[in-house]
Design a protein around this ligand. Structure first.
Ligand code: FA5
Length: 344
């Protein structure tokens, strides 16, 4: 047998042997029989030094090519071993992607405030409103100044808040988004803007330092109080699915004129008086009013041409009214026993 024939027969033997490999390790062991340190082909390559220049040229070339072919074969076999491994695994460990998960006792659920927010979004989008968002850390201008709380306006005291070292503040109400809407949207428009707000507040049964509001705003031509009241009544009847007693009384907010407080009869005590309604039988739920001309002007609109109404709904209080919850502090306490009651 010539040297070249011997190399070719080593190659055939290598292929047959490598083909029987069942795992990566097995493949490596078998590979070493041919191209490892003491492998058959390696020994031939080592012995080449003794050959003539001519023989080195022909047999050496074949030997080198054979080594490369064996390496390629090993690589290809390795891929096949891996694929076969996963094919078998997939067949053995069949899993059904569509199978419902097992409901665990402690599985999370949507917070009642988020549930009610989603309902409100659905009610308003069905009336042609769009949903807008804004940052929780706001500028003084968006939260106060452009809403007509100019300079040291005393109404600022009703909404004390937390300030950042760079002069910004944690927004005290979603009305800050009104300013963003006026500056960025082309009238006429209708928006609602839900979000988290913050106040430096003494916490009690109906006051938290961190709570949720939904702002609503309509800007158009000839918008009147009748439009405002109709929208508020639609909202309340959709949310409570029962007739709730309401009362409208004058309310002061620098950014509306006239301004109102829409109160609902307390649903926790049915008007009898309790800690939630501070024993008055009524709860402030929906402050609202016609947008003050200054605010329209600050927002870049001509107040002789454009009019509008706005409202700000307290979501936590709405949840309290709906479920008869007598203390707001339960809502964000992270108490699972409390939250589980609202699982949907
Ligand atoms: C405002 O925040 C105004 N921006 C609302 C507004 C918007 C008026 C548009 C006119 C036009 P007020 O401070 O009353 O108003 O808060 C609105 C609602 O947020 C309240 O009716 C109440 O439901 C809720 N709220 C206020 N303070 C707290 C608090 N500390 N904890 C929980 N809910 C609160």
């Amino acid at each position: 047998m010539t040297l070249i024939e011997e190399i070719q027969s080593i190659y055939e033997e290598a292929k047959t042997t490598l083909e029987t490999s069942v795992s990566d390790e097995d493949l490596d062991t078998k590979k070493n029989l041919f191209i490892g340190k003491k492998g058959k082909l390696t020994s031939i390559l080592k012995g080449m030094a003794k050959l003539s220049v001519e023989e080195k040229k022909t047999a050496g070339k074949v030997a080198n090519e054979t080594q490369t072919k064996i390496e390629e074969f090993v690589q290809e076999k390795r891929t096949r071993i891996k694929n076969e491994f996963y094919e078998v695994k997939l067949k053995e460990e069949h899993f059904d992607l569509l199978r419902p998960t097992r409901l665990s006792e402690n599985q999370g659920s949507i917070h009642p405030v988020s549930q009610i927010q989603a309902e409100i979004e659905a009610i308003f989008t069905s009336m042609g409103f769009s949903i807008m968002d804004g940052p929780e850390v706001e500028t003084d201008n968006n939260n106060f100044e452009a809403l007509n709380f100019t300079g040291d306006h005393p109404a600022r005291d009703t909404q004390d808040t937390f300030y950042t070292t760079d002069g910004k503040l944690l927004r005290t109400h979603t009305s800050a988004i009104q300013v963003r809407a006026l500056r960025n949207l082309k009238p006429p428009f209708r928006i609602i803007a839900p979000g988290r707000v913050f106040r430096y507040e003494e916490v009690d049964a109906s006051h938290e330092t961190t709570f949720y509001q939904v702002e609503g705003m309509v800007v158009g031509k000839d918008i009147s109080i009748a439009n405002l009241i109709y929208t508020m009544e639609t909202l309340l009847s959709e949310i409570f699915k029962e007739t709730v007693k309401t009362r409208l009384r004058p309310g002061y907010f620098p950014f509306v004129e006239p301004g109102f407080e829409l109160d609902i009869q307390c649903l926790v005590c049915k008007g009898e008086g309790c800690s939630v309604c501070k024993h008055s039988g009524w709860l402030e739920l929906l402050p609202c009013g016609l947008i003050h001309p200054n605010v329209l002007e600050f927002g870049g609109l001509d107040s002789k041409e454009w009019t509008g109404f706005a409202f700000g709904l307290g979501l936590d209080r709405l949840v309290m009214m709906r479920y008869g919850i007598h203390d707001i502090r339960y809502l964000h306490s992270g108490n699972l026993r409390f939250l589980k009651q609202f699982k949907v």
